[in-house]
Design a protein around this ligand. Structure first.
Ligand code: AKG
Ligand code: FE2
Length: 255
């Protein structure tokens, strides 16, 4: 039931939960395989599948670590586009929520595809983009030094969702390097045009968190960003899991 609604709506919210980590992991596995996130420094110290959001926000000298405070707030993105098999879903469970701010925004990429001018639909059909962690800006502050060397991976910019069969725009301004087969000027122009047109205001959802909320989103057909605007001295803490497609993980293991 939840799974079907989630496929239809991209984002599913289950409010009012009181879960242990084991329960959260067990529930998350209904959606697929939980893969540890490449940011090792923000993983739970004992359970690598769990990423902790909003923990260790202040350094030893008391300064705010903006990479942690503003994680996910640097722009619209889809999680894991730097991976050959990107995360199908991301799921967050809210443990502490500030008195004001700290919302998460979502936007539908089926709607973004539908709204593309015919010229772009034709130009991008069958065309792939090159993606890395940090993209052209090389924003890699959450990665350990030894984990910052990324080989670009390629994904179709117009993606047919493997479960719904619908076409979506698959694009991430902060992770894309270039559009395959386009000369540099055109590639930059396409990236700029997609960046400025990908968000359809009527296809947005803004989640206002409450403690106990579980929110899962589909990275294959939506983008999201954190507001990054809450009072830094207040807590905003989530458990987070990155979820891959079971069949894809089994295929990769067999290779
Ligand atoms: O903290 C949030 O609101 C979302 C952060 C984010 O982009 C993510 O967890 O993938
Ligand atoms: Fe994200």
């Amino acid at each position: 039931m939840i799974y079907r609604a989630w496929l239809d709506y991209n984002v599913a919210v289950v409010p009012g939960q009181t879960l242990t980590i084991e329960q959260f992991l067990a529930y998350s596995r209904r959606f697929g395989h939980i893969a540890p996130h490449p940011s090792k420094s923000t993983r739970h110290p004992e359970i690598p599948e769990i990423t902790l959001l909003g923990i260790n926000k202040f350094g030893a000298d008391g300064t705010l670590n903006t990479a942690i405070y503003r994680r996910g707030a640097e722009g619209w993105h889809t999680d894991g586009a730097y991976d050959a098999e990107p995360f199908k879903a991301t799921q967050l469970y809210a443990l502490a929520i500030p008195s004001t701010g700290g919302d998460t925004f979502f936007s539908n990429m089926y709607a973004a595809y539908d709204a593309l001018p015919e010229r772009l639909k034709l130009r991008l059909d069958g065309v792939r983009g090159a993606f890395t962690y940090g993209g052209r800006r090389k924003s890699q502050a959450l990665l350990n030094e030894e984990d910052r060397d990324w080989v670009p991976v390629f994904h179709p910019i117009i993606r047919t969702h493997n479960e719904t069969g619908r076409r979506a725009l698959y694009f991430d301004p902060g992770k894309i390097l270039f559009i395959e087969g386009a000369e540099a000027g055109e590639s930059d122009a396409l990236i700029e045009e997609l960046t400025s047109t990908m968000i359809q205001p009527e296809a947005e959802y803004r989640h206002k968190w409450r403690v106990g909320d579980i929110v899962i989103w589909d990275n294959r057909c939506s983008v999201h960003k954190a507001a990054g605007d809450y009072p830094p001295h207040e807590d905003r803490i989530h458990w987070r899991v990155s979820i891959k497609d079971n069949a894809a993980v089994a295929r990769a293991a067999a290779e």
